[in-house]
Design a protein. Structure first.
Length: 473
């Protein structure tokens, strides 16, 4: 089943003013990659949310437990508390050297409020409350992570992240605080000192609403991987997004469409996303779910170039390679079938006849729409490219769009082969054990060597090798 969503409007003046221009210099903030993946705040404007995540490995053992509870006196840590953590506190932590001091000076409430765009009066009172909401939010966690030096570390504790001391209150040394201070609690301090970090655009974060900002934090991991491995799209399930954003999960598509429209809109308008597509699916329990596919836009490309010199996308050829890569066979969201059918026919005339497309014939539009309906827009684009190359090799002349349909079966097979190859290469590139052929080199106690195909499950492969009397070298 293929789904559509409403067309996104042109940029409003408000968004033009609030969202960073894609060509503007990026202001980098580096945040830790362990706890920032997991939800702490209730970003809904009203109502309660349960943050309780438990995942198990193939052996039925818990590999992630994450429970968050709020203090009844101060209430849920909501949108202002989230902005306080991600815009002010994370910024201060990023500026400090490691190991971090246990006590961190932030500034006065008025200075902090100004950084968040708050006016004096009640908003400052609310800011004080937001500090207390964060300080009294309890976390019960059990997880493992790799530290910056590659060693495996674990976090298993019930804790709060930090304590807060306001201006005029007493610091641990007995002196009177001249500003707002944080005292980092031990489990949180340890993770901050040892967790890897990743860059985000700080100015862009500040301009986004809390829900759109949380989307950026979550999906940026997926966008990075898509660009690194030349995939056409990044993919995330609706259920996964709701779990890690602490957003309400709806069961019917009409509510999902309205919910995600508001979240996607600023990222489409800023150019972080180029396109959004969606298809229905089922979660692990068999419940209705949806898969969202995101095509990176020019802002995402600009971020990738700035943040990742080792995997630099240096020219238009690199961006074209992304377009050729695997993409879901689903309808693009926000455009009519007719618009994409026209695009495909226009691409045909441009490639085969080196001219702008004439007024498309109804039959050609119908043929193009049928290909898109059956295979999706990216496979339809690949059909045009593939058929043009094949026709050039055989010097076969094709006058109209219908002539390329003879290549349809071969083109789709070629597309899927590329998709499988890219997925395989991406798994090999991400695996710390195997070589570029996807093979493990093994050695037994007698010094004899052999090889074994890698499944990229590092724990399982080490166990399999050990059971066979080998170690991975």
């Amino acid at each position: 089943m293929q789904l559509t969503m409403p067309t996104f409007p042109q940029k409003s003046n408000e968004l033009k003013n609030n969202i960073t221009d894609t060509l503007a210099p990026l202001t980098v903030i580096r945040t830790e990659t362990i706890l920032s993946r997991l939800p702490i705040h209730n970003l809904a404007k009203r109502g309660e949310v349960q943050i309780n995540i438990t995942t198990k490995n193939e052996r039925g053992e818990i590999d992630l437990q994450w429970d968050v509870s709020y203090n009844k006196k101060y209430g849920d840590a909501r949108q202002l508390a989230y902005k306080l953590d991600t815009i002010v506190i994370n910024r201060k932590i990023d500026e400090l050297e490691r190991p971090l001091p246990k006590i961190i000076r932030l500034g006065s409430l008025r200075e902090i409020g100004k950084e968040l765009g708050l006016s004096a009066g009640k908003p400052i009172v609310n800011l004080r409350k937001a500090f207390l909401q964060n300080a009294f939010t309890g976390i019960d966690a059990k997880l493992k992570y790799k530290s910056k030096d590659g060693t495996e570390r674990s976090l298993a504790a019930g804790f709060t992240r930090y304590s807060v001391i306001f201006t005029g209150e007493r610091l641990p040394d007995g002196s009177k605080a001249d500003a707002v201070y944080l005292i980092l609690n031990e489990p949180y301090w340890e993770v901050l000192n040892n967790a890897p970090t990743r860059p985000l655009d700080y100015t862009y974060l500040k301009a986004l609403t809390p829900a759109a900002q949380r989307f950026y934090e979550i999906v940026s991991y997926k966008i990075y991987a898509a660009l690194k491995y030349r995939h056409a799209t990044a993919k995330i399930s609706y259920s996964e997004y709701c779990t890690f954003s602490a957003q309400q999960r709806y069961r019917d598509y009409e509510h999902i469409k309205k919910q995600m429209y508001k979240i996607h809109r600023p990222h489409l308008q800023s150019g972080y996303l180029k396109k959004v597509a969606c298809d229905d699916a089922r979660d692990a329990d068999g419940n209705p779910d949806w898969l969202f596919f995101y095509t990176p836009g020019p802002k995402a490309l600009a971020e990738f170039k700035t943040f990742n010199k080792k995997h630099q996308l240096t020219d238009s050829a690199d961006e074209a390679a992304i377009d050729v890569a695997a993409a879901p066979a689903v309808q693009p969201i926000g455009d009519t079938d007719n618009a994409y059918a026209r695009e495909i026919v226009a691409e045909f005339y441009n490639r085969f006849h080196n001219v702008k497309a004439p007024m498309p014939q109804p039959k050609e539009l119908k043929q193009a729409a049928q290909v898109i309906s059956e295979h999706g827009i990216e496979k339809a684009r690949h059909l045009v490219r593939f058929s043009h190359e094949a026709a050039q090799e055989t010097k076969f002349k094709i006058e109209n769009f219908g002539g390329i349909l003879q290549y349809q079966t071969r083109a789709i097979a070629d597309f899927e082969k590329r998709q499988n190859n890219q997925q395989t290469q991406a798994a090999i590139a991400a695996c710390p054990l195997c070589d570029r052929r996807g093979l493990l080199s093994l050695k037994n106690t007698k010094g004899a060597f052999t090889s074994m195909k890698c499944s990229h499950d590092t724990q399982q492969m080490r166990a399999d090798a050990k059971n066979k009397g080998y170690e991975i070298v």
